[in-house]
Write a protein that binds this ligand. Structure first.
Ligand SMILES: [Zn+2]
Length: 69
């Protein structure tokens, strides 16, 4: 099964989950805030140095609330 990455629209928490191909985000919820407003991310965790929107890329230094301003 492929690994998909989701981002919570409510708390911006990002997490990965194993899903079958073609399966949507129905039934999924954010492990942080239990919100169902999730947005599927496309696996771009390799080279994200040339993207304009930062602050959302390096969320590896904490569980949820890191350095948001
Ligand atoms: Zn959330």
């Amino acid at each position: 099964m492929p690994l998909y990455e989701y981002a919570c629209k409510k708390c911006e928490h990002r997490f990965e989950i194993l899903q079958r191909i073609g399966e949507g985000s129905e039934g999924l919820e954010c492990p942080e805030c239990e919100s169902h407003k999730l947005e599927k991310q496309f696996s771009t965790f390799a080279s994200s140095s040339s993207e304009g929107d930062s602050g959302f890329s390096t969320a590896s230094s904490g569980c949820g609330t890191g350095g948001f301003t």
